[in-house]
Design a protein around this ligand. Structure first.
Ligand SMILES: [Fe+2]
Length: 197
């Protein structure tokens, strides 16, 4: 367990104190078990590290998400799928709690997601319920048949189980903590109406 991950967990606890809706979705579990992480690099990590993200609502959390980056197992969730080369190169995600993360819990999983400007995350779905907590920047979200709406730093966006949803950035990047509860072991898949740009 690196100090970077320990600092990150302390930041997440602080975030739950500052934003009670996080704890309403998934209370901090009492069964967190530390695991060793097999670090795995991804080119998108460099994009996150180079981005100052000056509007972060929790600057310590932003900084510790960056500090843990070299120790993280960066994910290739959509490698080998219909995802565009641009998406595969620039979409950044690593697990904090869950498979491949620094801790395991039976109750939920947590990830960091970073999207640089002008990136389209096409419609996808998963049986887990999900919230995005926007730490810095902004992005547009759409779920089901609803139109896109903008969420800014400090916002929480909820996605229900099995409902297709999409995220896109325009002139700003987005840094988010993403929490999954229920059926969080099942990976996401592209929705049948996903459009790959
Ligand atoms: Fe999702």
């Amino acid at each position: 367990m690196t100090r970077a991950f320990e600092a990150l967990l302390a930041d997440i606890r602080s975030a739950f104190d500052a934003y009670p809706n996080l704890a309403r979705f998934c209370p901090i579990p009492d069964d967190l078990r530390a695991t060793s992480v097999s670090a795995f690099d991804h080119p998108a990590a460099r994009l996150m590290l180079a981005d100052p993200m000056d509007d972060a609502v929790l600057p310590d959390l932003r900084d510790h998400l960056k500090a843990a980056s070299p120790h993280a197992k960066w994910r290739e969730t959509y490698k080998g799928t219909a995802a565009s080369p641009d998406f595969l190169a620039r979409f950044a995600c690593y697990c904090i709690v869950g498979a491949g993360g620094a801790w395991i819990s039976d109750h939920w999983a947590a990830y960091v997601v970073y999207m640089p400007p002008d990136l389209d995350y096409p419609r996808h779905e998963h049986p887990a319920e999900e919230i995005y907590f926007i730490v810095a920047g902004r992005a547009e979200f759409a779920q089901g048949s609803e139109p896109y709406h903008t969420a800014e730093a400090g916002s929480i966006v909820y996605h229900s189980s099995g409902t297709p949803h999409a995220t896109r950035t325009t002139d700003h990047s987005m840094l988010a903590l993403v929490f999954w509860r229920n059926h969080f072991e099942t990976a996401p898949v592209w929705s049948s109406d996903a459009v790959f740009t």
